[in-house]
Design a protein around this ligand. Structure first.
Ligand SMILES: [Zn+2]
Length: 335
């Protein structure tokens, strides 16, 4: 049931209805906190992962899940520290990642919300956006917050899941949050309504692999805590998906034939599993997600509006409307 609700929500996001989606209030769910490293925790479920980083001054949260989960998040934070929540970082604009910002903003109006500048553009362009989604501080390519063991580096390398996906690095812990550029270790959802692009995705991931140093732990946007090696393999897979799609399209093969081509490489088997993953909140099997991204690649490569990012063009799930975000300025295809 929850899966259906969240899929509906994401279809609404795809149609540019971010505010509408966020208003589909979710019932608060019981959450659990898990230790990733010293002073670093992950709270899963109810939308995005929420990462908890405990600094000398207070607690930094990366992403705040769907609306109405603020209190449940705070309760989990209080099981590991008495410090107040003093900063929110949003990896991107989707309401399953900033949905409970308002709870923390209300409790502490001086709290800083930090995000990429394109995330701010999408919030500004959306007249129904919750004011608590508005970043107080933005960055363009790279910025540093705090120092010493509390230091956080934020990086942006281009479009992928949206066109505002931030990498949040905790250098003292060799750890990083990657948002929905990587979720459940399968081909990611591409959201053309907020500038996402399957063509840009492998470039963005490859730039991150080159530009970010000394990280061994990668917290995905939903689900898993992965490794740098895992991110490398995942990047190779997303590159191969695009390469195979280009060649198959040139041969006039179907997306299904392109998928069969991708399956010939045994090292990609982990990204092409045919069973649903445990704790998955929306979407299909890894294999079905890969086929969706091949369809998206076909449309992007042909210069068509992307309508297949939630499912195949005929049958299956209804496709998202190709409408751009409200008052959108960035191109749906990214750069
Ligand atoms: Zn997202």
């Amino acid at each position: 049931m929850r899966r259906a609700v969240i899929l509906g929500l994401l279809v609404a996001i795809g149609a540019g209805g971010m505010a509408v989606a966020a208003q589909q209030a979710q019932q608060p769910q019981p959450l659990t906190i898990e230790k990733v490293k010293e002073n670093l925790y992950k709270i899963g479920g109810a939308g995005s992962n929420t990462t908890v980083f405990i600094t000398a001054e207070g607690v930094v949260l990366v992403d705040t899940k769907l609306a109405n989960n603020g209190e449940a998040i705070l309760k989990q934070v209080q099981t590991v520290t008495d410090k107040p929540v003093t900063m929110l970082i949003n990896t991107h604009v989707h309401p399953d990642h900033n949905g409970s910002n308002d709870y923390f903003k209300m409790a502490r109006p001086a709290i800083q919300v930090v995000a990429h500048e394109n995330t701010k553009k999408w919030v500004v362009a959306n007249p129904k956006a919750n004011p608590a989604w508005m970043p107080d501080r933005v960055f363009t390519d790279k910025t540093t917050l705090g120092k010493g063991k509390d230091r956080i580096d934020l990086y942006y390398f281009g479009a992928g899941h949206t066109n505002g996906d931030a990498f949040v690095v905790f250098p003292s812990l060799r750890a990083m949050c990657i948002g929905d550029l990587m979720a459940w270790n399968m081909a990611p959802l591409i959201d053309p309504a907020t500038g996402g692009s399957v063509i840009a995705l492998p470039d963005t991931l490859e730039k991150a692999l080159k530009g970010i140093k000394n990280v061994d732990t990668v917290i995905e946007g939903h689900g898993n805590v992965n490794t740098w090696q895992g991110l490398r393999a995942y990047t190779e897979f997303n590159r191969a998906l695009l390469t195979v799609s280009k060649a198959a399209l040139a041969r006039k093969d179907t997306p299904e034939q392109a998928l069969a081509e991708l399956e010939k490489n045994p090292k990609f088997a982990i990204f092409l599993k045919e069973e649903l993953l445990k704790d998955l909140e929306y979407g299909g099997t890894p294999k079905s997600r890969a086929l969706i991204n091949i369809n998206v690649a076909y449309q992007e490569l042909k210069g068509e509006p992307v309508t297949t990012n939630f499912g195949p063009p005929r049958g299956g799930a209804p496709p998202a409307a190709p409408a751009p975000g409200p008052g959108a300025s960035p191109s749906p295809q990214g750069k």
